[in-house]
Design a protein around this ligand. Structure first.
Ligand SMILES: *Cc1c(COP(=O)(O)O)cnc(C)c1O
Length: 396
């Protein structure tokens, strides 16, 4: 049992005791056979979570940002064009990273709260007769706005324009919580991390790379050393690492995969949908609006919720922490002061989500929000009672 309240930030997420213990290992020689025996299956089993048989899983000791950088530096050259839509803080940061690497970043500006604009991608690709665009970059789950984009629709748009660009997807806050289909969606590089759906400490960037993206390494001119795919794959081929591996995280990852497969990936996704629906029921019972513009965009891992006019979302999240010791996500970028976020991913049960809803409801009541204490919690309770869940192992 944890000594603290759960966090309701959308990552890093709560670490279940089982994974904290799995990460408690004494130093082992990473050149010894038992490391090889541990690590190789971790890479293999992670493929199932990405939904791939053809992709190669590559990890680095880094956060998700390092994964973004690896995706770019291994496959592209200075001046290459990439096509990307900006609709939140995370798509914005990936754009910034590309610009700092000297790429020709072609940006489609979209309202925050909307998702990846497949039609606009199709237009831009059709207009690019010279095939200057080498990759389309999409944030699957925009954590700043609680928007999940339709990657299959982006792939269809790319196919319709018969453009050879690669498809890079940020799935840091969706992988292992919402369905991901690397092969079916024709993704070329997917970027994730250890500290969200995998419920681990921060420190491992987890990527999946297609044969097409691996082939792009042959011509890529951006420099890569620490994040070099080739060095990592060569070392991984014999079960090793090109430098000192994050041993404790690899042990954690092995256990995390066990937990996910024991629950069953479909059950994991169903649980995240149920938790998210509970939060959405509460939101509408409070009379508040989600930042996500329409139900097809609703994220099952994070909800960004507008505060009423005249209220400051930062004051709300500050008060929830100071008065009740519970962390919620602040509004990022354009949403600063306007929206707060409830993270509902990773190791969470219905009961834990109810505690978060009850807390933010108390904080809103304390700050004289026009809500009636208990209404949001009751709406979620009714929803959870109706679809009664079996007690979750991840709460153990
Ligand atoms: C958390 C997150 C990242 C990665 O951030 P790091 O702090 O570098 O791990 C990237 N993209 C999205 C959508 C995220 O939610």
């Amino acid at each position: 049992m944890s000594q603290q309240n759960p966090v309701f930030i959308p990552g890093p997420t709560n670490i279940p005791d089982r994974l904290r213990l799995a990460m408690q290992v004494q130093t082992l020689d990473h050149r010894a056979p038992n490391f090889v025996e541990t690590f190789a299956p971790v890479l293999e089993h992670t493929k199932r979570v990405f939904g791939t048989t053809s992709g190669q899983v590559i990890t680095f000791p880094a956060s998700g940002t390092g994964g973004w950088e690896a995706s770019i530096t291994n496959t592209l050259s200075p001046g290459d064009a990439v096509l990307v839509a900006r609709y939140g803080m995370f798509s914005h940061r990936w754009i910034d990273l590309c610009q700092r690497h000297g790429l020709d970043v072609r940006i489609i500006e979209c309202p925050w709260g909307s998702g990846a604009p497949a039609n606009k991608f199709a237009e831009a690709l059709a207009a690019d007769k010279a095939h200057e665009i080498k990759a389309v970059l999409v944030t699957h789950n925009e954590t700043a706005t609680g928007v999940r984009s339709d990657i299959a629709a982006v792939r269809r748009a790319m196919d319709a324009s018969t453009h050879p660009a690669m498809l890079f997807v940020d799935c840091v806050s969706s992988l292992a919580s919402m369905p991901f289909a690397f092969d079916d969606w024709g993704v070329d590089i997917a970027v994730s991390g250890s500290q969200k759906g995998f419920m681990l400490a921060t420190g491992m960037a987890i990527l999946c790379v297609s044969p097409k993206a691996l082939a792009a390494m042959e011509t890529a001119q951006l420099p890569s050393t620490f994040f070099d795919f080739r060095d990592m794959m060569n070392a991984n081929a014999s079960g090793g690492f090109p430098y000192t591996p994050p041993l404790q995280l690899i042990y954690g990852m092995r256990e995390s995969l066990k937990m996910l497969f024991e629950e069953g990936l479909d059950n994991v996704y169903a649980r995240h949908f149920r938790l998210a629906e509970g939060v959405r029921k509460a939101t509408s019972a409070w009379g508040l609006e989600l930042v996500a513009q329409s139900p097809d965009l609703y994220s099952d891992t994070v909800s960004a919720i507008y505060v009423p006019d005249g209220f400051d979302s930062n004051a709300l999240t500050d008060h929830a922490f100071n008065a009740y010791g519970v962390s919620f996500g602040i509004g990022l970028g354009e949403m600063n002061g306007k929206a707060f976020r409830i993270g509902h991913l990773g190791s969470l049960t219905d009961v834990m989500v109810l505690s978060g809803l009850a807390t933010i409801e108390m904080a809103m009541a304390d700050l004289d929000y026009p809500i009636e204490l208990g209404r949001g919690v009751a709406a979620a309770q009714e929803y959870f009672r109706a679809g009664r869940a079996t007690p979750m192992q991840s709460a153990a």
